[in-house]
Design a protein around this ligand. Structure first.
Ligand SMILES: [Zn+2]
Length: 228
């Protein structure tokens, strides 16, 4: 009899299985597309895409995924869960609800200040993050890490401490500066320039839907009511 048991580390296998389950959950929300041929805003092509606005549309899924993040950070005391953006805020509520420290939920607002992207705290929240406050940052998707940098700066300016970062999805190629990041799915999409895209070479039709949708969302393209 031959033993065909996997030689892989059981902990690594378990993490792999868990990640597959989380990916399947995101697929169920309709947010995750695979085996496609998608045009990205950058002009590059890819076979996978995630629609950020759809990832938190199923309350029971969001609650379940939020509880997994909360369980990971359960050994750390957390006073405040901080996020920015609507999807991340929904998730951060679910994380806070499930964390044993019973942290409060606070959010920053994104905006441009003298041409620079910035996250600011509404005045009412400012007294809630003080020196020595333990802050858990929550993001839905981490694709460039720029929002996390803005949130970290915001926390550090107050003298508070970031205990960690929890997210649903992170691109593995992004350098997060050694922060303790826990993500339910860690994945990178291979992207191709149109000239050496294998999907173009196979003649797979190009899906331009997501780029079109983004263009529609840009405020400059929103038409106001006609003035007489
Ligand atoms: Zn292509």
């Amino acid at each position: 009899m031959t033993v065909t048991a996997s030689k892989k580390d059981p902990i690594a296998v378990e993490a792999e299985v868990r990640e597959k389950i989380h990916l399947e959950i995101l697929k169920r929300t309709g947010a995750y597309h695979s085996n496609d041929h998608v045009l990205l805003p950058s002009g590059h092509h890819t076979s996978e895409y995630i629609e950020k606005t759809l990832v938190t549309t199923e309350p029971s899924f969001t609650e379940g995924l939020g509880a997994v993040i909360a369980k990971h950070f359960a050994p750390w005391p957390v006073d405040v869960v901080l996020s920015t953006g609507p999807g991340a805020l929904i998730l951060s509520h679910c994380v806070a609800r499930a964390h044993p420290s019973r942290p409060i939920v606070v959010y920053g607002t994104k905006g441009l200040i003298s041409g620079h992207r910035k996250v600011t705290l509404p005045v009412e929240f400012q007294r809630l993050i003080r020196p020595e406050t333990h802050v858990l940052l929550i993001e839905d998707l981490v694709s460039t890490g720029s929002t996390l940098n803005l949130l970290t700066n915001l926390v550090e300016q107050t003298g508070a401490e970031v205990v960690g970062v929890g997210c649903l999805w992170r691109r593995t190629s992004v350098d997060l500066g050694g922060r303790p990041v826990f993500s339910l799915v860690s994945r990178d999409f291979p992207t191709y320039s149109p000239t050496d895209c294998p999907l173009c070479k196979k003649g797979v039709p190009l899906n331009e839907e997501f780029v079109r949708r983004r263009a529609h969302r840009r405020p400059s393209t929103i038409k106001g009511p006609k003035t007489p």
